[in-house]
Write a protein that binds this ligand. Sequence first.
Ligand code: HEM
Length: 505
Amino acid sequence: SQRPKDFPPGPPCLPIIGNLHQIPLRKGFLRWQEWGKEYGNIIGFKLGPKNAVVLNSYRHVKELFDKRGAKYSSRPESYVNGELLCPNEIHILFASYGPKWRALRKAVQMFLNAKAVDALHPLQVAESTQTMCDLLDEPSNYYDHIRRYSTAVILASVFGQRGASFQSPKVQALYRVEDRFTVILEPGATPPVDAFGFLKYIPEFLSPWKIEAREIRKEQSLLYHTLLNETKDRIQRKISPPCFMQKVIEDQEKNNFTPEQMAYLGGITMEAGSDTTSSTLLAFVLAMAQHPEILKQAQKEVDRVCGIDRSPNFDDIEKLEYVHCCMQEASTGIVKTLRWRPIAPGGIPHMLTEDDSYEGYFIPKGTIVFYNAWAIHMDEGEYDSPEKFEPARWLNNKFGCKSTADIDDDHRRTTYSFGAGRRVCSGQRLAQNSLMLNMAKMVWLFDIRPDSLESLDMDIGSGFTDGIIVAPKKVPIQFVPRSNQHARIIRDELQGSQDLFATYE
Ligand code: HEM
């Protein structure tokens, strides 16, 4: 547990365990943020014998992940991820930087490139319109309706199948397993088995986390294989609409993918795109419920651009500057940010594959490097009152930062919510399209109000769930249609989507 010579500064270590005892089991990114005040924005610490570094400033993420991507793009070796949950590097998010990851990333890119993603506009419009009608019919279940939306878009575009309601068995199966998956992946949710290898030999009856991991693996594998087999069957019967898996199946020999790799490729895309997008939308709902004045201003703009005779669509989005700012603040604008509540606040760890020197520090090969999206987005040096939901900050400059800040355009990302470097999220464009469309339609259609202001808990610690992906906890929120005419129009628009839905049934 000794710190390497010239390692970045950090808290003193204890023998053997290093700093493990100082990192809380949940939401460790808050502790890293606190450490930043004492040790600076690049902090070195020890997870038992393993070296770890956390980056609390965008400047370091930019220099290390974006400019030195060849070295900082692997993932830490992990017994839980790599052996129990997703063996043989089948999971793109956890695959180490090498040929297997490259083949997966190339395949995913085929589905997530700009042209392919923009071809999904009609599907997104149809599913979003259904979501608005679901919110009209059953507002108290807003949480499920929003979660259904993101899964339905991926189910249809990846597997050519429909997720018509939150109760659909596949949507249910996905969230049942996904909720458990994101919790077990959070550093701290399992014993430090990578630091102390002997822990893996403790029998299962004394290690409930092992049983949990095996069950998750079984459920995930069953779901992904079932979806793949159903899609294969529908393709054979010539009743499948074009979808990502169709292309993957056609290219199976060329890519040399096993059925397991194919099933996981589709399943993981669904995983990656479901609760990420819905959690961001839910954070937006929370912000709108707390800030009626911001909602009003966004409504004014949507009304000016779309009027009352139709709901917003993709042609309008470019013209909605203030709604953009709301999205940039709560979530993602076209190429902008997810600042206020990043859904992966502690980031997804990268691993350094060669020794490196940086600003006089030595960072050895094998170091686990965390980018702390939470600390980056809450940096008081960069943002005025960072804790405040303030869309207007994005009117100042494209980074939403203080006008007095030194605005640095070189390789700086407008958001770190999607990660950075070569492992940056492949699904940004698809996610952004979904977010913008749903936010614009929601603002156009509803007044969004809390049952009571006291019921809103905006605190990232207490008001959001645990896990590597966090989401606002469910609180009662009212969705009140702005007029009968708004409600009638959205229902009429839904009728126009029925033919498209039928192709996925
Ligand atoms: C608001 C929505 C989303 C957010 C905030 C988000 C965030 C992230 C983050 C933080 C990473 C890790 C980046 C890193 O390690 O540096 C990631 C990876 C990834 N995301 Fe997303 N994501 C979102 C939506 C999507 C969607 C819709 C898809 C596809 C359907 C997707 C597909 C992926 C894939 C395939 C990876 C793995 C990349 C790799 O390791 O090579 N994401 N995402």
